[in-house]
Design a protein around this ligand. Structure first.
Ligand SMILES: [Zn+2]
Length: 275
């Protein structure tokens, strides 16, 4: 595979003397360069298209062509309008989604969306059990092997369900839509006991899952959402490719559309494997 390394440059300018620009740039600036190869980058995002899976009561993705083709001036041109609900496809739940005083999507601190991450893999238990709820023991088992979940981690939960995407019957439990379809939703999620344990015993920056919701499909009260979001811990939903990640030793960059006042937004989420 062709590998095109690119360079991320972090410049830490230690500016101490505002009167002498030349001495600042020569003496007080240190630069760290980190090369990231293509093979280290894993896209955890589903495409937005006609097939994108939305919550059964949300409007689905729309893409209208403004223009596509050769113009009378001889150049090619294409442009589209799109429309989307906040909560569909790969997206983020901002804290205000279930917490009145929580952060809106534009207010989530970027350091909660970028940083070291871990993965809890429960796919062997969840893939054939759409009612599976990730337990405290699943976290303790991970910690038994890898040590305590580091402070500030982004925690990703792998149920294996993304392999069913975009088959709505298998992924959501139903291909029906509207209020009447809600009772047919069946997919794994995070138990509210485990959500409670996480927020009270560990200090994480964000959480993500490869199903449509952090609460399991049959949830009526969305207790895991509430527990996490009221602590300003955002949730990434409908993520994919978690099977390509190790249990630890990678970073996440998860940048949602910056909708002012939004309760969520489409999300581009990638992982960068440590060297
Ligand atoms: Zn959501």
């Amino acid at each position: 595979m062709k590998s095109i390394p690119f360079v991320i440059i972090f410049s830490f300018a230690l500016l101490t003397n505002c009167n002498d620009y030349s001495s600042q740039t020569q003496e007080s600036t240190s630069t760290t360069q980190t090369e990231v190869s293509q093979s280290q980058i894993i896209d955890l995002t589903h495409e937005f298209s006609d097939e994108t899976i939305y919550w059964v009561t949300a409007k689905e993705f729309e893409l209208d062509t403004v223009y596509k083709g050769e113009t009378d001036k001889g150049f090619y041109y294409s442009a589209y309008n799109f429309a989307t609900a906040e909560h569909g496809g790969t997206h983020i739940d901002a804290p205000i989604h279930f917490s009145k005083n929580g952060q809106t999507v534009d207010e989530i601190p970027l350091e909660h969306l970028i940083g070291n991450a871990i993965k809890i893999d429960v796919s062997s238990k969840a893939i054939n059990n759409p009612d599976y709820q990730i337990s405290i023991d699943d976290f303790l088992n991970w910690e038994h092997k890898h040590g305590s979940i580091p402070n500030g981690s982004i925690v990703l939960l792998q149920t294996g369900f993304s392999k069913y995407y975009p088959d709505k019957k298998k992924y959501l439990g139903t291909d029906k839509r509207g209020e009447a379809a809600l009772k047919h939703l069946r997919f794994p999620g995070l138990s509210h006991e485990a959500a409670n344990w996480l927020v009270n015993n560990r200090s994480i920056h964000a959480i993500g899952i490869d199903t449509p919701s952090i609460d399991h499909g049959q949830s009526q009260y969305f207790k895991s959402h509430i527990k996490l979001l009221e602590r300003n811990i955002p949730a990434f939903e409908n993520v994919t490719n978690l099977n390509k990640l190790p249990q630890k030793g990678f970073k996440i960059i998860a940048l949602p559309m910056k909708i002012k006042g939004g309760s969520g937004a489409p999300l581009r989420i990638i992982a960068i494997l440590d060297n």
